[in-house]
Design a protein around this ligand. Structure first.
Ligand code: SAM
Length: 266
């Protein structure tokens, strides 16, 4: 059988479709999520329902967001889902999670085996709704999980590390080999849990400024911040903040990025 066909569905590359078919991994993910009835669970990209069915067994209601209309149609017809689903046929990248949390009357627990081609922009989109989210469990490329948890002074530490660690506590859950999916992806995967901070360890008054500073610094990560941040800070300002101008983007801690963001004036 064509290895792109799973349960009679032809996997669409443009939607990053790699379907989980490994029962041990599926059970491990569901037990990491620990869904319970009083919670507002939301799955991004339910696909052929590998996670949707076991999660919905624990719930009375589950919201799913699926971009592929054929898959959304199959979910509607799936007798194992017992009319428990609200199916939103939309691109999760433009979805308004505030509105959903308001409609459900509680903060959201989000999970999904994410399409790898959009996982990073999707996480940035979700960070904007961090105060309406209890936690997130995602299957990602292993390399992305490494970047999420990376500490300063490493090559994996980048803009994603700083922004994710600003918003969330991040806990790697489990590694997943390519053979657990159909079709098998070329890379290793991993599941991660992100818990948005109720009380952030480092606060910033305007997160857009933090976003701009990290973009400017890491876009030129080989340069010293004296150069990469020269549009925003003078050497004297950096020294006054006790941040050495000779450092490079990867040497600054999340706290130092927050200090920079709070001291920037237009
Ligand atoms: N959850 C299923 C599983 O674990 O087997 C499918 C996972 S597959 C990696 C990603 C799923 O996300 C597919 O069902 C795909 O159609 C859907 N998807 C892709 N891009 C999407 C988007 N922008 N918004 C919502 N769903 C999307």
């Amino acid at each position: 059988m064509n290895n792109r066909v799973h349960q009679g569905h032809f996997a669409r590359k443009r939607f990053g479709q790699n379907f989980l078919h490994d029962d041990y991994i599926i059970e491990s993910i569901v037990s990491a999520i620990q869904p319970t009835k009083d919670q507002a669970l939301v799955e991004i990209g339910p696909g052929l329902a590998a996670l949707t069915i076991p999660v919905s067994e624990q719930l009375d209601h589950l919201t799913v967001i699926e971009i592929d209309r054929d898959l959304a149609e199959r979910l509607k017809q799936n007798p194992l889902l017992n009319n428990k689903l609200t199916i939103i046929e939309q691109d999760a990248l433009t979805f308004d999670f505030y509105k959903l949390a308001d409609e459900l009357g509680k903060p959201l627990r989000v999970f999904g085996n994410l399409p790898y081609n959009i996982s990073t922009p999707l996480m940035f989109h979700l960070f904007e709704y961090a105060n309406k989210i209890v936690d997130m469990h995602f299957m990602l490329q292993k390399e992305v999980v490494t970047r999420l948890v990376a500490a300063p002074n490493s090559k994996d530490y980048g803009r994603l590390s700083v922004m994710a660690q600003y918003y969330c506590q991040i806990i790697p859950v489990l590694e997943v080999p390519p053979t657990s999916f159909k079709p098998a992806p070329k890379v290793d995967s991993a599941v991660v849990k992100l818990i948005p901070y109720q009380e952030k360890p480092y606060k910033v008054s305007d997160v857009k400024v933090l976003s701009r500073i990290t973009t400017e610094a890491f876009n030129q990560r080989r340069k010293t911040i004296r150069n990469s941040l020269s549009n925003m800070f003078t050497v004297e300002q950096l020294v006054a903040l006790d941040i050495a101008p000779s450092l490079r983007a990867e040497n600054l801690t999340v706290e130092q990025y927050c200090i920079l963001a709070n001291s920037w004036k237009e």
